[in-house]
Write a protein that binds this ligand. Structure first.
Ligand code: UDP
Ligand code: MN
Length: 276
């Protein structure tokens, strides 16, 4: 029996949420032996996510946990709380741009949610369960091949990620004689212990259970979440390179532009709400 891929997806309410989750779910529906763990950044489960999960034929677990106040993103609290004044909206955009910049450096996203998934796995799975854990953000673009690559991870496997860190591709550098990772091509903060994106590694379930104290944390700066968790799990020498010796790009750190909803906000101000 092939190991189960546990895809861990934090998600939060925003205009593009349903589109993102639809796209991701329909990718995951093509992957065999997959269990989708979706964790809402919210005080309770939303019917949007509940209904979406019910419509997929995926094995899934639906969790929720709200990011605590000091770390919560200001720009994303409730997109419908604006009024019908364009000047006001412009200011909201300026302010939210500032907060986006601020939160990039000081407010790591998905920390609480990924930790909830780690807790769930440690509570509900045993060493007899064969699996691999992958942190699959809701806005990235995934080739089906990346799931084949990660499935037989022994401890921690790695591969390139496209469109991240200011580069077309951020990837491990290998010694082709030994087949080991000897460095990284990263340009942004190459001094990071593991200068790699969340989408560029997977961890075997047994390793997650064995290293039972490993969690994500808030007291690390933006872009260091990956290093923080990987330092608790492995050393560079033990990484298992995948995707043809890390030559193939099979996942992209795409980001979706927030839609311009100036007309929609006028309707909302008149009490008219529409869902898509
Ligand atoms: N996320 C979340 N709460 C937030 C912001 C983001 O749960 O307040 C989720 C988001 O849906 C995604 C993951 O955390 O699955 C990473 O967030 P994002 O894609 O915005 O980060 P970036 O691409 O900028 O690293
Ligand atoms: Mn993202």
């Amino acid at each position: 029996e092939a190991p189960v891929i546990y895809a861990v997806t934090p998600t939060y309410a925003r205009p593009v949420q349903k589109a993102e989750l639809t796209r991701l779910s329909q990718t995951l529906m093509h992957v065999s032996n997959l269990h989708w763990i979706v964790i809402e950044d919210a005080v309770k489960k939303s019917s949007l996510v509940e209904n979406l999960l019910a419509r997929t034929n995926l094995n899934h677990t639906h969790l929720f946990v709200q990011t605590p106040v000091p770390y919560r993103r200001k720009g994303s609290v409730n997109y419908s709380i604006t009024n019908n004044c364009d000047f006001f909206i412009t200011n909201i955009i300026m302010i939210s741009m500032f907060f986006n910049l601020f939160s990039f450096f000081f407010q790591p996203r998905g920390v609480e949610q990924r930790n909830a998934a780690l807790r769930w796995l440690r509570k509900n799975k045993t060493m007899n369960d064969k699996g691999v854990v992958y942190f699959a953000d809701d806005d990235n673009s995934y080739s089906l091949q990346v799931f084949d690559e990660m499935r037989y991870t022994k401890e921690v496997s790695v591969w390139p990620v496209g469109l991240v860190g200011g580069l077309m591709v951020e990837k491990p550098i290998l010694n082709l004689t030994t087949g080991k990772v000897v460095g990284w091509n990263s340009a942004w903060r190459p001094d990071r212990p593991f200068p790699i994106d969340m989408a560029g590694f997977a961890i075997s379930l047994q390793h997650i259970l064995k290293k039972s104290k490993a969690y994500f944390a808030y007291n690390v700066s933006g872009g260091f979440q990956e290093s923080h968790i990987l330092q608790q799990l492995t050393v560079r020498e033990n990484l298992e390179p995948k995707a043809d010796n890390c030559t193939q790009v099979l996942v992209w750190h795409t980001r979706t532009e927030g839609p311009r909803l100036t007309e929609e906000n006028k309707l909302i101000a008149r009490g008219i709400h529409s869902d898509v």
